[in-house]
Each structure stands twice: as C-alpha cells, then as structure tokens.
Design a protein around this ligand. Structure first.
Ligand code: ZN
Ligand code: ZN
Length: 341
C-alpha cells in the first residue's frame, strides 16, 4: 500500500509540469519511473488517477525519443490502468477527456486533465458537464480514457477502443489535400502543398512524423504533374521529407513480409496521413481495419503499427524523394526537350 500525502502529490505535480519534449533524460526518467511504478503497483486503485495524470503531463517527453526503460515502464503501467479501470460500468455517455481530443493538433496535452482535483479548468459543456462535476471527471472511465490516449501517443496504433474522431482541423487538411490528389483543388495547390511541406514540428510525436511522411507520399504524384508550375513546391517538399527522415528512430522493424501498408491509392493514403496524427484519427484507421471492436478475441491481429514503422517510413520517403527529384528535371532548362543520355 502506497501512502501519498497531498504534499507529496503537489510537489510531484509541480515537477511533472516541467517535463517536456526538451527535458534531459536525467530529469525526466526518474520522475517517469517513479510515477509508472506507483501506477503499476495499484493500477485500479483510488490513486491511479493521480499517476495517470502524471504520465499524461509527461507525455511530451515520452512521445519524443524517451529513454527505453522509462517508455516501457510508462506503457506497461498505462496499459495496466486501462485493463483495471476501462471495463467498469458507469452511467456517462461521454467523459471529459473526449472533449480534449478535438482541440489537439500536435498530440501533447499541456493543459489540465482535472484528474488531480476533480475539476476542469475549461468545462466540457458539449458533454453536458460542468466544472463542478467531479464525479464525471474522476470516473474510472475518464481515467482509463486518459490512460488510453497517453499510451497511444507514446506507442501509436497499439491501443484499442479509443473514440473515433480526428480533430476538426485535421479533417479540414484532409479535405484540402483530397481536392488536390483528386485533381479538384479548392485553393491554389502551390500554396497548399508548400504549407503542408512546412508544417512538421521540430520534435514530432511518432504519429505526427509518420503522418507527415505519408501525406508527402500521397501528394508527391500531383506535385510532379504538369499542374505544378513552380519548382519551389518541389524544393519545399524535398527539404521537408529529408528533414523528416532524419528524425526517424532506429526502432527495429517487427513486421513480416507484406505487412507494411499499401500506399498505392493516393486518396486513401492522404486520409491516413492526417489520421495518423491524433489518437481519434488513429481510431478511424483502426475502425477501417475492423480492429477497434469490443471483442478483441474475434479479431485478426493486423499489425496496424506498421504505419509508424521507421523501416516502412524510410522506404516510403525514398519513393517520395525519387518521384520529387524526377519532377525537378522538368524545371531544368538544359534538359527541356533534350534527349536523355
Ligand atoms: Zn463514467
Ligand atoms: Zn516494419
């Protein structure tokens, strides 16, 4: 039995708040390991919400090249909490964490989950709640929901039963780019493709990085078509893809032959490119593959996490760069109309 005084928790919470993607391992790792150990010791207990809240607060560090032991401990503890809390019946149709899912563009929650205090800074009025509804904020279903989101940001496409729904902003990006890949652009495709090429954060989560590379692949065919008359589009895309490849980790590929995704349909690939960038979007991918059902026993274990596999993404980026570089030749005056040699 762990005894935690309020003083302990507020001291720890203040330390968690400082942990970011930029935090050095010697600062972040002891806090993550301590928090994960406390959660794993009693993942269905009264205090689970506190330690889940800690790991959510530190998810910025955990989603960007975390130290391996810390990542493993955090994931094991979060999954144990999902297991222990996620199946408990409750009377709520929605939980407050779901409202957060729509506001998030780069996946990291810097705001307050409410799990420490039972109160929300910004009440989720859509879900019929208010700031004084601690019962809904502290419901095991809400704690498990946050644990699922944090685990899925750290290890994308490994968590089931996340509510479907990419952020609205991502849907609007899908729609813009879908117009382009289907050759019915709404705006100026030169501008839209350059904006897209420039949108990679310096420390992307695994999902955001994968999504970026997948989108670049989905749109490279259009970029090399005669529709694009300004080579700065191709230059921007090549620069973006090269920078993204440099951010891929050295995680070993765990997939068998033929298990890497099929990206031949640019329209579908374009959608996946944005769905990969949020837990709710990844739930859309999971649903597409029939992987998000209640009854896990009935399902084929399709390796959905192949979408974020560095080997797959490196190969995909190579194809993208070959295509974009071949498109550049159209802009070289010396080669225009000249026979190949
Ligand atoms: Zn509930
Ligand atoms: Zn792989």
């Amino acid at each position: 039995m762990i005894i935690t005084t309020d003083l302990d928790v507020s001291r720890l919470a203040a330390a968690w708040e400082h942990i970011r993607d930029t935090s050095p391992a010697e600062e972040a790792v002891p806090l993550v390991l301590d928090c994960a150990r406390r959660l794993a010791a009693d993942p269905g207990g009264e205090e689970a919400r506190i330690w889940v809240s800690g790991l959510v607060a530190m998810s910025g560090y955990l989603a960007w090249r975390p130290e391996q032991e810390a990542e493993r401990a955090a994931l094991d503890a979060l999954r144990a909490a999902v297991e222990a809390l996620g199946g408990r019946p409750c009377s709520h149709e929605r939980h407050p964490y779901e409202a957060e899912m729509d506001s998030l563009e780069d996946e990291i929650w810097n705001g307050d989950t409410g799990l420490l205090t039972g109160r929300l800074a910004a009440p989720d009025t859509d879900a019929g709640g208010n700031a004084d509804d601690p019962e809904r904020v502290l419901c095991p279903g809400n704690v498990a929901g946050w644990a699922r989101l944090a685990a899925d940001v750290i290890a994308p496409l490994t968590v089931r039963r996340i509510p479907v729904g990419a952020p609205k902003y991502h849907h609007s990006c899908i729609s813009t780019l879908s117009g382009i890949v289907n050759d019915y652009p709404y705006g100026d495709p030169h501008e839209d493709l350059k904006d897209e090429a420039a949108c990679l954060p310096s420390r992307p989560t695994r999902g955001v990085l994968a999504g970026y590379l997948v989108t670049m692949n989905a749109t490279c065919w259009y970029a090399t078509s005669e529709r694009i008359t300004d080579r700065s589009v191709l230059d921007a895309m090549i620069k973006g893809v090269e920078e993204a490849v440099a951010l891929l980790e050295d995680r070993p590929c765990t997939h068998g032959p033929g298990e890497h995704p099929d990206t031949r349909d640019p329209d579908y690939t374009n959608q996946v490119g944005y769905f990969l960038r949020s837990p709710g979007g990844r739930a859309e991918i999971a649903e597409y593959y029939g992987w998000n059902e209640e009854d896990e026993a009935d399902q084929e274990d399709e390796p959905l996490d192949a979408w974020v596999c560095p080997d797959f993404l490196r190969d995909l980026a190579e194809d993208t760069l070959v295509e974009l570089s071949s498109g550049l030749r159209a802009f070289e005056p010396a080669h225009a109309g000249a026979p190949e040699n």
